[in-house]
Write a protein that binds this ligand. Structure first.
Ligand code: SAM
Length: 210
């Protein structure tokens, strides 16, 4: 699995081979020679790279990022990707996200609900190369399905599915099976991996549109 251009493995102190991107620091992360440490324990997409999944991201890609929160992960994405549309529906983290976007001219924060793609369809270009999804909310498969319209035919969905967001009591394996079944209404699932030890009870999914 190759990393996108613009993502490298660098040394930070006595730690070698740590993911990093080049850009303005965003959340107090260590920076060495302009390279920002990208901690897979704080980022589902970072963990997806560490787990070796082929995300299809190559660098310079147009990305629709769903569940941007305060911009921790999407700050790294905007360092290596092309236009990056960052959807987040909670106003407080969006305040931080706006600050992160200040130094990133390709990052476009959108205070929107990812369950209502019609509210940002006039902003997001159609045919994005990737949807990166980390919404941690009930109905994660439906969010992916309703945003599929933005994805290029050869694009990828790169999602982190959180079992407890769907059902706190159910066996995570059963929740993931159900979510993958629902995703198959609009996507062909190419690869999955449980995200431990980086993120408990999460499943990384790479899928292509049907
Ligand atoms: N991806 C972020 C990162 O790595 O930096 C962390 C995302 S956090 C796990 C999940 C985020 O999804 C929260 O900030 C939450 O407000 C947001 N979210 C949940 N449901 C959403 C929805 N329907 N539309 C937009 N954002 C949503």
């Amino acid at each position: 699995m190759s990393l996108p251009a613009g993502v490298q493995r660098r040394s930070f102190g006595d730690e070698d081979g740590v993911l990093a991107t080049r850009g303005e620091p965003a959340y107090g992360e260590p920076v060495v020679d302009g390279w920002r440490r990208w901690d897979a324990h704080r980022s589902k997409l970072g963990a997806t790279f560490e787990l070796g999944l082929d995300t299809g991201l190559s660098g310079g890609d147009a990305v629709l990022y769903l569940g941007a929160a305060n911009g921790t992960t999407v700050s790294h994405v905007a360092d290596f990707a092309g236009p990056t549309y960052a959807v987040e529906f909670a106003p407080r983290p969006v305040t931080d996200l706006l600050a992160v976007a200040d130094s990133r001219e390709r990052l476009f924060p959108l205070l929107k609900d990812a369950r209502a793609p019609e509210t940002y369809a006039h902003v997001v270009e159609s045919g994005v190369d990737a949807i990166v999804q980390d919404v941690a909310t009930r109905g994660q498969a439906d969010v992916a399905l309703s945003n599929r319209q933005f994805l290029a035919d050869d694009g990828r969905l790169v999602a982190a599915l959180k079992a407890r967001s769907e059902d706190v009591t159910a066996d995570p394996a059963a929740v993931f099976e159900d979510l993958l079944g629902r995703l198959s209404d609009g996507y062909e699932v190419r690869a999955t991996a449980r995200m431990e030890p980086f993120h408990e009870d999460h499943l990384a999914v790479v899928a292509t549109p049907r």
